[in-house]
Design a protein around this ligand. Structure first.
Ligand SMILES: [Fe+2]
Ligand SMILES: [Fe+2]
Length: 282
């Protein structure tokens, strides 16, 4: 089976032509399954346009939310309403399976997805901030601190969606007809995927908002997990994470950036991964 995973399309009118051309480019690959791993667009109208524009890439489609998709800044909907109701409803409208709600099984492959959320475990070791301090400085570093108005703290929401992902992993692990599991998240789960890991500036504070290593450690305990793919960081990372009793886990991030989309083409026969970059606007 050939699966395209993209993310971080950040649908925005000035990039409409580029994104439409990228959708055509992906359509030509005739993949068996197409997954959008968050940051489709905001406000909700742009989220919808993104789903619609890419709805011909494959007959079988799935999606999950990213942090930008729950921003309330430019629309009438609260982050909580977007998360609880409107994003999944939009996905349903354009016939995308909503991975933040339930797992997907195709053939012998289980797909466990989640927005995932940072819990500061990915913070840079040189930054001397902890727990609540990361929450307090966030509005200066990340607009998640300005445009998300639900009542959860980052660590509360990370724990909540982490538990839900584990329930899906558990369910898929117990199914005899599922031989392999692909984990797809918006926020990455493994060390080395953070964006500013080698940057000497103040921006290294942002590392804390780029990963959830706690959840990554949990994912490693499910031997059927064959690969983990994420978005959010907008840069290409390829890692191999060692684990007890199983082969190392291949981990990828998708390098889509604002107005410069990309995707990963995964062949589940060989588990080879090819990075597909936008070849330009229409
Ligand atoms: Fe993004
Ligand atoms: Fe993101």
């Amino acid at each position: 089976m050939r699966i395209i995973v993209t993310s971080d399309l950040h649908f925005h009118i000035p990039w409409h032509d580029t994104l439409k051309a990228f959708a055509k480019q992906l359509e030509a690959l005739e993949a068996d399954l197409f997954i959008i791993a968050g940051d489709l667009g905001e406000p909700l109208e742009m989220f919808n346009l993104c789903l619609k524009t890419f709805s011909r890439v494959s007959d079988h489609r799935a999606a999950l939310a990213g942090n930008h998709d729950v921003w309330h800044r430019a629309g009438p909907n609260s982050s909580r309403d977007l998360w609880d109701t409107y994003l999944s409803r939009a996905a349903q409208k354009f016939d995308y399976h909503w991975l933040d709600e339930r797992a997907l099984v195709v053939g012998g492959l289980g797909i466990a997805g989640s927005i995932a959320w940072y819990d500061y475990s990915g913070g840079h070791p040189d930054v001397n901030l902890h727990g609540d301090e990361y929450e307090q400085v966030k509005p200066m570093i990340s607009n998640d601190g300005n445009y998300i108005d639900w009542g959860w703290s980052d660590r509360e929401f990370a724990a909540l969606v982490g538990e839900e992902l584990e329930e899906r992993l558990q369910m898929l692990s117990e199914r005899d007809d599922v031989t392999d599991i692909l984990v797809v998240t918006h926020v990455p789960l493994f060390d080395g995927t953070q964006r500013y890991e080698e940057d000497g500036s103040n921006r290294i504070i942002a590392n804390a908002y780029y990963a959830n290593l706690t959840l990554g450690q949990r994912v490693l305990t499910y031997p059927k997990v064959r690969m983990a793919v994420s978005g959010h960081v907008h840069v290409e990372r390829q890692l191999s994470v060692s684990r007890n009793g199983s082969a190392p886990l291949p981990v990828y991030t998708n390098p889509s950036d604002y107005g410069n989309p990309a995707a990963l083409l995964i062949d589940t026969e060989t588990w080879a991964v090819q990075v597909v970059r936008s070849s330009g606007s229409a």
